[in-house]
Design a binder for this molecule. Structure first.
Ligand code: NAP
Length: 253
């Protein structure tokens, strides 16, 4: 990584779903900039591996198992963070699922419930746990998606849950001001396990690259840089906003 600052010294950050991909990238960036980071995901082995990678870079890190839809694990995530670090400055809500590629009118009720539960509700419930501990000057970042702005076949209902995060960002920014800022990033396409079509299908990848102005897909570092900006004091006059990080893909005026 090129020059990076130290905007998160003395800060404590929780990033959900952070043992690989965009969440890991965000945790790594915040950690390299001085934050103590608390990472988590569903599987202990993934947590252990990610903690090791971050520690090897000199990052202060604690890793916990937290499936975002598990109430006890959400509670423990906040409790253990406060017990170990005594405070909480940044929460990045990054977990999401896309269990089906069906069109919306064909999507089964159980899938609709799961999409709402993982992509929206679990973040609200985690923030309810976190809220009493959030400092003045604290910051929340949601991870939406470009498909929250422009529906894409196979990602239609998932995209609607990502649109909901844009509204949630506005509503919570209003509710939590002035002490806590609430913002959101909307990534374009980033080759990760979640978007493995980008690594397995050259044609799909190429067609998505062509939709960007910068002629490439995104990297986890691109997303991390944007999330870190919003979480940092550099964005101290920015709240209720969504930053589209999609290489200039068609988005909005
Ligand atoms: P990824 O590389 O597949 O990583 C997903 C991470 O989340 C893993 O660490 C996984 O670890 C964890 N995880 C999955 N389900 C979880 C759950 N229910 N509770 C807690 N942790 C969970 O995914 P990604 O592409 O980085 O996606 C991260 C976020 O970016 C998502 O919100 C996604 O919607 C958004 N996004 C991605 C793209 C893209 O092109 N990649 C584009 C726009 C938006 P375990 O398996 O151990 O749980």
């Amino acid at each position: 990584m090129e020059k990076i600052g130290k905007r998160f010294q003395e800060k404590v950050a929780i990033v959900t779903a952070s043992t690989q991909g965009i969440g890991f990238g965000i945790a790594e960036r915040l950690g390299l900039e001085g934050a103590a980071v608390v990472i988590s995901s569903r599987r202990q082995t993934n947590v252990d591996e990610a903690v090791k990678k971050l520690k090897n870079q000199g990052i202060e890190v604690m890793g916990l198992v937290c499936h975002v839809s598990n109430a006890q694990q959400r509670k423990d995530l906040i409790k253990n963070t406060i017990q170990k670090y005594g405070k909480l400055d940044v929460v990045v809500c990054n977990a999401a699922a896309n269990p089906s590629v069906d069109g919306i009118v064909e999507t089964k009720e159980a899938v609709l419930d799961k999409l709402w539960e993982i992509n929206v509700k679990a973040s609200i419930l985690l923030l309810q746990e976190a809220a009493p501990h959030l400092n003045k000057g604290s910051s929340i970042v949601f991870v939406s998606s470009i498909v929250g702005f422009h529906p894409l076949k196979g990602l239609a209902m998932y995209g609607v849950t990502k649109t909901a995060l844009l509204g949630l960002t506005k509503a919570l920014a209003t509710e939590m001001a002035p002490d806590t800022r609430v913002n959101c990033i909307a990534p374009g396409f980033v080759p990760t396990y979640f978007a493995s079509i980008l690594t397995t299908d050259e044609q799909v990848r190429r067609s998505l690259e062509e939709k960007t102005l910068l002629n490439r897909v995104g990297t986890t570092q691109d997303m991390a840089a944007a999330a870190a900006y919003l979480a940092s004091d550099d964005a101290s006059y920015v709240t209720g906003e969504t930053l589209i990080v999609a290489g200039g893909m068609p988005s909005r005026l």
